[in-house]
Design a protein around this ligand. Sequence first.
Ligand code: KIV
Ligand code: NA
Length: 278
Amino acid sequence: MKKVTIRTLAKMKREQTPIAMITAYDYPSAVLVEEAGADVVLVGDSLGMVVLGYDSTIPVTLADMIHHTKAVTRGAKRAMVIADLPFLVAHLSRDEVLKAAGKLMQEANAYGVKLEGGSEIIDQIRALVQAGVPVMAHLGLQPQSVNKLGGYLIQGKDPSSALHLIEEAKKVEEAGVFALVLECVPEELAGQIRDQLSIPVIGIGAGRDCDGQVLVFHDVLQIGGGDFQPSFVKTYADVGELIKQGIRSYVEEVKGHQFPAEEHVSHLSPETEQHLYG
Ligand code: KIV
Ligand code: NA
């Protein structure tokens, strides 16, 4: 079992081996994604939406992230486990950001952290990197800013915002991040950024010209959630339907007196029965 490190990912970029990253939020999902061969497991703050039932990532706390990251790192031993810094944390003082990353790495055993943003938090990124924290940046659509943006919209479509995004990507690379997640940007722009950076660029809704892809566990498997599915998501198995069928059969068998059946039942020995009931 060879652990995935930042050197593994850098080598994958150099050799053009695509990086497969997916989210997980608890022990069983971490075991499954690791056994399925994922290189990087993200404990995303998307957990607020797909696991905790909030309608954005904004309510997720550092305590939530620590709690779920602990469970994930108990399950994933080979894959690199990255934990999101939740809403606002990356904008706090250098000390506060270092403390938050420290908790995710020391208490919850994360390999490193991911944070949304570029030049506005460049000092915090530098402080983390200087302290030895592996930092993954996240640009393009930043879901923590959904209220400011007015929705989950594609970013970098016009020339000035496209150029701005390229500049931001270069700045976070200069600040020392080891990888960059690009969310919801046109394929051509993601390709440009991938070509201009020497760190791996991992896309979600960013097209094919990235060094890797990331998707949300519950989207890939269609578990829970509503009817809305962004167009960049591909569902690989309808596990939600399978779960529902399984639970429905259980409920029906309980109500129909079919479960438990003889093979699920234990009995008293004849001697004990004799002793008790004569
Ligand atoms: O929280 C998350 O799941 C993420 C990915 C979508 C990149 O940040
Ligand atoms: Na996130």
